[in-house]
Design a protein around this ligand. Sequence first.
Ligand SMILES: CC(=O)N[C@H]1[C@@H](OP(=O)(O)OP(=O)(O)OC[C@H]2O[C@@H](n3ccc(=O)[nH]c3=O)[C@H](O)[C@@H]2O)O[C@H](CO)[C@@H](O)[C@@H]1O[C@H](C)C(=O)N[C@@H](C)C(=O)N[C@H](CCC(=O)O)C(=O)O
Ligand SMILES: Nc1ncnc2c1ncn2[C@@H]1O[C@H](COP(=O)(O)OP(=O)(O)OP(=O)(O)O)[C@@H](O)[C@H]1O
Ligand SMILES: N[C@H](CCC[C@H](N)C(=O)O)C(=O)O
Ligand SMILES: [Mg+2]
Length: 490
Amino acid sequence: MKLAKLCAAAGFACDGDANVTGFAIDNRKVAPGTVFGAFQGTQVNGEDFIPAAIESGAIAVVARPEATVEGAVHIADPEPRRAFAALAAQFFTPVPDHIVAVTGTNGKTSTVEMTRQIWRMAGERAASIGTLGVTTPDESVSTGLTTPDIVTFLSNLSGLAREGVTHVAYEASSHGLAQFRNEGVPVMAAGFTNFSRDHLDYHADMEDYFAAKMRLFDEVVTDGAAAVIWMGSGDSGWNARVVEHAGTRGLAVMTVGEQGEAIRLVNREPTQLGQSLTVEHAGQERTIDLPLIGAYQVSNALTAAGLALATGTEASRVWDAVARLQPVRGRLERAAIAPSGAPIYVDYAHTPDAIAAAVAALRPHVSGRLITVFGAGGDRDHGKRAPMGAAAAKASDVVIVTDDNPRGEDPADIRRQVLEGAPQAREIGGRREAILAAIAEAGAEDIVLVAGKGHETGQIIGSGDNMRVLPFDDVDVARECVAEIARGAA
Ligand SMILES: CC(=O)N[C@H]1[C@@H](OP(=O)(O)OP(=O)(O)OC[C@H]2O[C@@H](n3ccc(=O)[nH]c3=O)[C@H](O)[C@@H]2O)O[C@H](CO)[C@@H](O)[C@@H]1O[C@H](C)C(=O)N[C@@H](C)C(=O)N[C@H](CCC(=O)O)C(=O)O
Ligand SMILES: Nc1ncnc2c1ncn2[C@@H]1O[C@H](COP(=O)(O)OP(=O)(O)OP(=O)(O)O)[C@@H](O)[C@H]1O
Ligand SMILES: N[C@H](CCC[C@H](N)C(=O)O)C(=O)O
Ligand SMILES: [Mg+2]
């Protein structure tokens, strides 16, 4: 496509009859004919790479008006990331017809994954994009980030459309929203799970973090899109504020939950293998046996149901699918059974709220003690560490504080900060040793919860040039520890 035509389609004025061959935000990925996005980042200023990008064949550079661009067209915009997204979206077409996005502090991955499952069971060709990577009807590929960079995101979407995928649910992280990493495509429904402390290393405060998430409703979704918003019984006022944002934008608001109007959770009874839900939708009350444990998965499943309904999936098919949902990898996943008989669960809880939710999910199933093993990630929000400790200590019987991706920090320092919230907890630095100790001590009536890493397959040690990722998968390690204890006992 010619540059001028692309600009016009995106609402920019620019000259150029050169053919655009691609888009890049890293000068090392520029090939002849590329449009280069030069952004000021947290590590370096992308504008410093403009000459190198032009040297490699960039025909146009999207950058702030004050940046210097010589030898290529300067597409100047005070918000170059947004402008770049708008342009690139004209290039990577077509995209699937039914795109929905989910934001919130916890539950995004679970909700997009469940939305994908519901669509698939209803007979659609569906995919999801998020922390677990890109999951299509045929395969799953990791991207390394929850919300990939804009070029990867848009090229994935057009690639999915080429493969015949018609329905996509993607996870919109606050980083992704703040950096315009997921713009330009028609989003027909947006979901909101919940809001609580996280990422205050990146966002100035809770209001700033919330404002990043609200861009999804204020700006990213198409006019008239649906807004599927969880409204639980114990929610903080944040969810009501999302309803206000959606209303102001004129979106079709669907509230879901105990306080929901479109989908109302009337009752929830834990059963041995899941929970029995009474749900009211479109004037009809239904009982659904959800084959998953934990109140938090009910929120995610019903939000996913709302998104599927908002994209036109027939109600009876949606509710049938909810009753057949498969567990999401690393979210209350039962990894193994200890030789004593105690089940060992792996969960991705890495915020104070998520730890509280994971512990609460298991509590009704424990007749003995709940033994919780977890740590906090390095080079991330320090202020969430003590509250994570407190959340674990409040509702567990035994807490073991260990390591979780120390990155560039001293792991002992991170543990000390977590222990400030859980002074009675035990400290065992090595994650394998901690998991082994928990399983070894668990009796037949106990449950072990290993929180924080979920589906992750590595422990990140060091940063910058010294960063190493040591293979580490909580599910595998739990199984190995069980085998080791069984061997020792034999
Ligand atoms: C803090 C953060 O979000 N950083 C992300 C951001 O980097 P940045 O824009 O600050 O980039 P930078 O490294 O300063 O470089 C500035 C610009 O110069 C360019 N550059 C740089 C070097 C060079 O030689 N040439 C060049 O052109 C870069 O491509 C970039 O465009 O954009 C990059 C490209 O999209 C991301 O890879 C990078 O993620 C880093 C690795 C990261 O760890 N991000 C985490 C915190 C993150 O995004 N997490 C969220 C939230 C998870 C959740 O809660 O679900 C996620 O969505 O994954
Ligand atoms: N609706 C919810 N309410 C409270 N806690 C939840 C909810 N859903 C998930 N959690 C907790 O958060 C953890 C992470 O869930 P999930 O991966 O779905 O969230 P996420 O928003 O994608 O997280 P991330 O921001 O890291 O990508 C779960 O393992 C669970 O402990
Ligand atoms: N085990 C992880 C979870 C990280 C979740 C991710 N979404 C983030 O905060 O970037 C850690 O703290 O390292
Ligand atoms: Mg996620």
